[in-house]
Design a protein around this ligand. Structure first.
Ligand code: MSP
Length: 638
């Protein structure tokens, strides 16, 4: 039996748009999954959405829609964004799916029958924002926003019974909680006696949850439900062979959900008699430009900001920066300037230039064909040895979650190749010794191919492009040994692997910021009304093409229509006052222009996520459409 690797991300709450935090956990899991696939391990990568609980119920109420519709929409956004970024998850689980709710109910029933779940009175404090009961001590020491005193009967999980076994497990399995500081945090927490866990919510307080199979007046506490996804998705209690294939998993989480994963979850598993996870790895926090991300500061690196960076620098560059600078062990800061500088230094300069340099020389002196390896000197042999040692090292580092270090070491190797070229100067050597020039270029290219191969899980798109330029057959591509190149293979010149980015736009943006704050002050002083807006204001409006897939009149109005549109990978609903001007069948299939970043509004009970553009004179209204054949919707209008 070959090696197996099962990796999971947290299930994201469907009350927020994906942002850099969610994206980071998911990209880390994606990179690890790819390193394992590369080693030939059977790999399973699970992500998904956490859809029950008070926060979701409230978000849906606020939007004036049912929780089901709300969840569908947000799950689509998360999944759509992961697809847009090309993430290689194997399964996406939603906690509202039957395959999950069934397993949760089975577990609840079993634990109830076993006596591990019991009913009791609860009198005490409840934090509404954190959706959990808190102790007086926590209340006194913490800063909880909304706390209620609650007296009610609830069901409890006998978590305290497993405290000792959990401590023993943590102490005797050093890889179980990583990194070390998080493990110590949990061991510290477990020094205090562990309370039993309240795992129910009365339906009169919260109805959006999984019903307790033994008492229909209650639903399950959202964490007791969500954690189970890691085993429900791989067939626990429903498909034993599948479960045996994949479980136990490696969980990638953020430090905010350490206790739920390292205390609640393992004790739940002990109670159901399942093995504990292999590893729970809790990473730190991303800050934004030196500050905590917050809506009020407006510094959230949300999906639109990420899209912006990805459009400019490519998705691989974003993955690279996250891997290199990300908060694996502590916290990290995302600074735009640093992101683009890293891109230019590491990717455009060190990596991209090396590629174009070598290929240009091969083109010039060897007619675009890989030269013979020739006789190797100690310099080439040490380059080969360094490369081969790096292969083992890379997998060791990915097993230890040390992606920062991994990037650093592969990059250092790329820098060694650059130094080697400088030292051998094949552009001079070619004038006197073409054979040795061949050896130098073969060695440089062999080293580069290996380095690129080792970066493939981080830079999948660009490395695929490079391999196609190098005309590698799939077997050679997979071959992670230094001298896998076949002399005589034609290779193409390429310039564009990582084109340099002119950083002037950063200054312009910074200038705009200053201007904006001046503008704010000026805005307060009444001046002549010009009706003009600045370019900066206009650029904030995101216009996109979208294809209408369905259209119907909004009930109870004769002007409004509800349109379903697709803009690239995302679907949206719009409400527009066009009912008197178009019939629904005329609309379906039309490619229109929408304002994509308008704050959603609920109009006559229907949530509208954007606005379409139309022209009107008198009683005539026509939609703005795009000329010519646009094969794909979602194009950005400039
Ligand atoms: N639904 C729960 C998890 C249930 S798992 C069975 C939840 N969801 S969440 O949407 O709030 O996502 C939390 C996760 O997002 C964190 O654990 C972390 O992985 C990621 N991040 C959210 N903000 C973050 C940063 N600022 N920085 C890094 N990652 C953070 O909690």
């Amino acid at each position: 039996m070959g090696k197996r690797f099962y990796v999971t991300t947290p299930l994201y709450y469907v009350n927020d748009q994906p942002h850099i935090g969610h994206t980071y956990s998911t990209i880390i899991a994606d990179i690890l999954a790819r390193y394992h696939r590369m080693q030939g391990h059977d790999t399973h990568f699970l992500t998904g959405t956490d859809e029950h609980g008070q926060k979701v119920q409230q978000a849906a109420e606020k939007a004036g829609i049912s929780p089901e519709i709300h969840c569908d929409e947000y799950a689509r956004r998360f999944r759509g964004f992961w697809d847009e970024l090309g993430l290689s998850y194997d399964d996406f689980i939603r906690t509202t799916e039957k395959r999950h709710t069934n397993v949760v109910q089975k577990i609840l029933q079993d634990l109830y029958e076993k006596g591990d779940i019991y009913k009791d009175k609860y009198e005490g404090l409840y934090s509404v924002s954190e959706e959990r009961f808190i102790t007086q001590k926590e209340y006194d020491e913490g800063s909880f926003r909304e706390v209620k005193e609650i007296h009610e009967e609830n069901y409890f999980f006998r978590m305290s019974a497993y405290q000792k076994d959990l401590m023993k497990h943590i102490e005797s399995n050093p890889d179980f909680i990583q990194p070390e500081n998080r493990k110590n945090e949990i061991l510290g927490f477990l020094q205090q006696p562990l309370n039993d866990l309240c795992i129910s919510r009365p339906k009169n307080r919260l109805s959006w949850g999984i019903e307790l199979p033994f008492d229909k007046d209650y639903v399950t506490y959202v964490w007791f439900d969500a954690l189970i996804n890691y085993i429900s998705a791989v067939g626990f209690k429903t498909n034993e062979p599948l479960f045996q294939t994949w479980w136990p998993a490696v969980h990638i989480i953020g430090k905010d959900i350490l206790t739920t994963h390292c205390v609640y979850w393992p004790t739940m598993l002990m109670a159901v008699g399942a093995p504990l996870p292999k590893t729970i790895f809790a990473h730190g926090w991303w800050m934004s430009e030196g500050q905590k991300m917050s809506k009020s500061l407006g510094n959230f690196i949300d999906l639109n900001t990420i899209r912006d960076h990805v459009t400019r620098a490519g998705v691989d560059a974003f993955r690279y920066f996250l891997a290199k600078e990300g908060p694996l062990f502590g916290d990290s800061d995302f600074s735009k300037e640093r992101f683009y500088q890293t891109y230019n230094t590491d990717l455009a300069n060190d990596f991209g230039n090396l590629v174009s340099r070598i290929l240009k020389l091969i083109d010039k002196y060897f007619n675009g064909r890989i030269p013979e390896q020739g006789e190797m000197t100690n310099t080439e042999i040490s380059l080969e040895n360094e490369g081969n040692a790096l292969c083992e090292r890379v997998f060791e580092l990915s097993d230890r979650f040390e992606l920062n270090r991994l990037v650093f070491e592969v990059l250092s190797y790329i820098r060694s190749i650059n130094r080697y070229l400088e030292q051998k100067a094949p552009w001079k050597l070619a004038k006197t010794d073409l054979k040795e020039t061949g050896t130098v270029l073969y060695s440089a290219l062999a080293s580069l191919r290996l380095a690129a191969g080792l970066f493939e899980p981080i830079l999948p798109e660009k490395v695929a492009l490079l391999f196609s330029v190098l005309n590698q057959d799939p077997d050679t591509e997979k071959n992670l040994s230094w001298n896998a190149l076949k002399p005589g293979t034609p290779v193409h010149k390429t310039e564009g692997l990582f084109p340099r980015i002119d950083l002037a736009f950063l200054q312009e943006q910074a200038g705009d910021k200053v201007e904006k704050s001046v503008q704010k002050i000026e805005d307060k002083t009444p001046g002549p009304e010009t009706g003009l807006i600045t370019l900066d204001t206009f650029q904030k409006v995101q216009l996109k093409t979208a294809r209408i897939t369905a259209a119907e009149n909004v009930k109870g109005t004769d002007k409004l229509m509800k349109l379903s549109v697709e803009a690239g990978t995302e679907s949206r609903t719009l409400v527009a006052g066009i009912a008197g001007h178009y019939k629904s069948e005329e609309l379906i299939g039309k490619t229109i222009v929408i304002v994509a970043n308008l704050e959603p509004a609920t109009i006559r009970g229907v949530r509208s996520e954007g606005m379409l553009l139309a022209a009107r004179t008198g009683n005539t209204l026509r939609l703005v459409t795009v000329e010519g054949e646009l094969s794909e919707s979602g194009a950005v209008i400039k």
